[in-house]
Write a protein that binds this ligand. Structure first.
Ligand code: C5P
Length: 214
């Protein structure tokens, strides 16, 4: 059987992880959430009081860090951090530290090493452009600010968070602006990626649409 990789990129809360997970299940592939890796480094930096502006210290910290992604669970130096890395402070922290070229270089090397056996659905911001330029299929998943904010807001409510819809929109827009304007591998659609606007689509419809390109 042919083994290949699929790249899924797009802004925050566009549904990349949900779609990737479902696709991986349907196609018998492995999902790899690269955002979780940046989140792990951000969490460790916060805990250790490392400045998010200090590239050198962040790289040193990353070189001494083990990040393990195991289906739906994330481990940082052996500790399960699946839930805590979704906290708003870690989200913006991940965006802050991901602007550094040397941090990205190490993350990309780890991701490429993991994906070299093929059979992966990787989601992130630079998968189609940098990490897996030869992926069999590249998807750029977008949705309106309204649709994305609504989804993120519902997720937050399920966690009993007291964050308001306005705060969700503000945090999301700030993170996307940073991710799109940084100089090192900014979020952008790869030339050979298929753009899907899933604002008004169900998960099943998006999965079906992605599969139609395979
Ligand atoms: O995908 P997620 O929202 O979990 O990613 C958290 C942050 O990590 C993003 O806002 C982005 O700054 C960064 N990231 C990245 N490149 C990736 C994945 C995530 O820069 N491939």
């Amino acid at each position: 059987m042919e083994r290949y990789n699929i790249a899924i990129d797009g802004p925050s809360a566009a549904g990349k992880s949900t779609i990737s997970k479902q696709l991986a299940k349907n196609l018998g592939m492995t999902h790899l959430d690269t955002g979780a890796m940046y989140r792990c480094l951000a969490l460790k930096a916060i805990r250790q009081g490392i400045s998010q502006q200090n590239e050198k210290d962040l790289v040193k910290c990353l070189n001494e860090t083990e990040i393990r992604l195991e289906s739906d669970r994330v481990f940082l130096d052996g500790e399960e951090v699946t839930k805590i890395i979704r906290e708003p402070e870690v989200s913006i922290g991940a965006s802050n530290i991901s602007k550094w070229a040397k941090v990205r270089q190490e993350m990309v090397a780890r991701q490429q090493f993991l994906a070299k056996e093929k059979g992966f659905i990787m989601d992130g911001r630079d998968i189609g452009t940098v990490v897996l330029p030869d992926a069999k299929l590249k998807i750029f998943l977008v949705a309106s600010v309204k649709a994305r904010a609504k989804r993120r807001f519902l997720e937050e409510q399920q966690k009993n968070s007291s964050i308001t819809l306005e705060e969700v929109v503000k945090a999301m827009e700030e993170r996307d602006r940073q991710d799109e304007t940084r100089s090192a591998s900014p979020l952008k659609q790869a030339r050979d990626a298929v753009r899907i606007d899933c604002s008004d689509m169900t998960i099943e419809e998006v999965v079906e649409k992605v599969c139609s390109y395979l």
